[in-house]
Design a protein around this ligand. Structure first.
Ligand SMILES: Cc1cc2nc3c(=O)[nH]c(=O)nc-3n(C[C@H](O)[C@H](O)[C@H](O)COP(=O)(O)O)c2cc1C
Length: 126
């Protein structure tokens, strides 16, 4: 995971189809890089028909966002961006992949009210 001080070019690489314009205001953008699995993980993934590193990215990113919130910072997980542009800008090796971008900064925007499905609807007891 690389922390990157915002450059306008990086922010522009996240503006997609009119989405993510807010990144232009974000003081910090973090680019999360997914690396190729090591042999053990690749073997496990092949046996399970899964790409375990994708789960790792999700775990790392969610913990990052939770810790940021704990410190009074706001984040947004950004999945819409120009992969090629960011790789070129940050000179990321071809075999690595930009998995996600996170915006980070202090915010005075209130956390909007969450609509959550009831637990019974999304879980079952056996
Ligand atoms: C993998 C992933 C990619 C996302 N990509 C974007 C994005 O490109 N732009 C955006 O505004 N929100 C994106 N979101 C949504 C926000 O990160 C955030 O989850 C959303 O605003 C809802 O947050 P909330 O349920 O905490 O209010 C993405 C979320 C996830 C999990």
């Amino acid at each position: 995971m690389y922390a990157v001080i915002r450059t306008s070019r990086l922010a522009e690489a996240t503006v997609t189809l009119g989405f993510n314009k807010f990144t232009r205001e974000a003081p910090v953008l973090i680019v999360v890089i997914r690396e190729r699995a090591n042999l053990f993980s690749a073997l496990g993934g092949w046996m399970q028909h899964k790409e375990f590193s994708v789960y790792d990215v999700g775990i790392a990113v969610s913990h990052f966002c939770l810790q940021a919130a704990e410190l009074g910072l706001g984040t947004c997980i950004i999945g819409l961006f120009d992969q090629k542009k960011i790789k070129k800008l940050l000179q990321i090796e071809t075999k690595k992949e930009v998995a996600l971008v996170l915006s980070l900064g202090y915010t005075d925007a209130p956390v909007r009210e969450k609509k959550r499905k009831p637990l019974e609807e999304i879980s079952r007891w056996y």
